[in-house]
Write a protein that binds this ligand. Sequence first.
Ligand code: C2E
Ligand code: MG
Ligand code: MG
Length: 679
Amino acid sequence: MPFTWLIDSMANNKELRFRKLKKNRLWVSILFLTLFTVIAHALLILFVSYFFFHLIDQKLQNEYDRVAYVARLYEDGKLLSVQGRSDSYLILDANGQILEEHGKDTRADISGYISMSGVEDPVTVYPDREQAFITILDSGIAFVDIPEIYRFLKQDPEESVLLQLLDENKSIDMPVWISVPMDQGRAYVGKANFTVYTKDVIVLLIFAAAMALMIFVILLIMLISIINHFSHQRKLISVFFTDEVTGAHNWMWMLIRGEQMLKKRSNASKNYAILNILFMEYRNFCVCHSIAEGEAMLYKVDRTIANDLRRNEMSAHCSSASFAVLMQYNTQEQLKQRIEELVGRLEKIDRTHRFAYKVGACLLEPERENGKIVRRRHINIEEAYNNACAARDSLPDGEESGIAFFDETLVEEQRWIDSVRERQESALQNEEFVVYYQPKYDPKTHELRGAEALVRWDSKDLGFVPPGRFIPIFEKNGFIPKIDHYMLEHVAADQKRWLDEGLSCVPVSVNISRAHFIESDLAEQILRIVDSVGTPHELIELEVTESAFFDDKKAMIDTINRLKGYGFAVSMDDFGSGYSSLNSLKDMPLDVLKLDAEFFRGNTQDGRGEIVVAEAVKLAKNLHMRTVAEGVEIKEQVDFLAELGCDMIQGYYFAKPMPKDEYVTRLQNKQDENTTNTI
Ligand code: C2E
Ligand code: MG
Ligand code: MG
């Protein structure tokens, strides 16, 4: 399709707009928030641990320095009396045997080593038996046992640990045996008191609390902004998908969510149809009542459709009085029945009115690759909906409900309509429209009595096109008055020229379309065209199709009267093909009644057709109208019509529509016959 890329890009644009709206997805924000929380906590633990271990390291180092100092004094023989904190010490030989013992040896059996930032080699330490606040790991590394410190603090059940820690005047002494190497492999092992002052803990706690608070505040701000952002986004998305008239879903919903639904793996094998439901007479209803009442009806329509839907189906109000529906089906027959039932319910949404609906359906069968059903990937809701609309458009005008299914012939038809529309103006300018004449004969004398001008399109691109292929299109797109004028101009000019050439011309009828009759000065337009070439008015007849008589009757009578006043004969075309033509005959001052070709088609064995034709001719006579029988193809019909007193016959029996030259030959023949008869 030539415009598929355009449709695709438009659909993509809408998708893009939605994606933009949905940007910053929730999970990204939550992930970001979680990451931040983890990092912040890790940093907090890292900082607090760093300060904590720095503090411990500092204290251990001080103790080491002190024990090392005492050890040096001992070595130098200057240690006379060891008092206070270093009152307990041991001297060990190279094998770890006690050489000298001073004070009480409460050293644990195991030793480990500890690294201090101010001491080059790892220092050997022993936990204290009475209070082992350091643990020796299997690897030999000595480690500060925080749970043990906690247990120690907890020994006093009266006081809470926190309160003990916060008591500024309190300090906690924890013993540890530090070994300082001496000469000859000996070691001085002194009891050190590792003291934790609670003010240090308070500083640490305050620091940790401040950091925790800061993290908490940042987290809270982030959380609030994320919640705000998403509630705002949710509102925007709901506005984006909400129809302002029905308050339910809109076209964007159908476009985006519908596509998502069809692309689901679980829906791959299901048959879907996209429907376009048009609520007829909506505008009229609004004019007669009010827009608010009209919108209330649209709301009811929307609700009725929504209530009819099943799981995995959806509907939306698209524009004005159009609704889109995605419906599942098994067979086309069953789908049709379901739509008919829905339309039946929709027709009765209001107690005082009965509405009509036109429905177009485009089937979306499962997608297949190498004969296997695959997940739908090439779905284009917009294009499918457009096809459904085109199918609905193909339904005949009128106020009846109807259903039409989209198929390829419709595409062909649309393409044809498009190419006709594209070429119509240039064809008119290039005079591609050709006048054909179909003679009308007297059934008794077989004498040429008149003709009808029928248009043909000799198109450079489309070939030779009969009127049935383009007149209905022109009638719909409003181009038909131009064709009627064109034909009238050419017929008037031809008649005048032939008259000037001395041919005995007969009246030629020109078709005037129903659409043309709306113009109030139509009679004057015709008069101007005919008079501009100087053709006698009695040589021009105007054919008005029967269906036109249902429009503005008063205006129609007025135009006919004026045309008659100017001397033009007016005929009713295709009499018998419409509904209330008899009624129209009563009011219309017409000159000629053209019996529709259908009178002469089909089985006339039982004689009913003949009775109707005979009565129609009689009726015309009584109304002082002449009769022309159209579409007469066989001799029996000609004889029968002659017997009835029908004035003229226009049919293949006598002649098909023919080009101008052939018609001129017939005119000349007629003249020759007349001359012979006169002689
Ligand atoms: P119409 O005005 O009722 O014209 C009579 C149609 O019946 C013509 O078809 C003619 O060829 C056909 N016809 C006549 N006798 C026989 C017969 O014995 N057998 C069969 N099978 N057909 C016969 P055509 O020329 O195809 O025109 C079709 C319709 O197109 C016309 O119906 C008229 O409604 C419209 N049309 C043609 N030319 C014009 C025009 O210039 N202006 C307008 N507005 N409509 C036109
Ligand atoms: Mg006609
Ligand atoms: Mg006709």
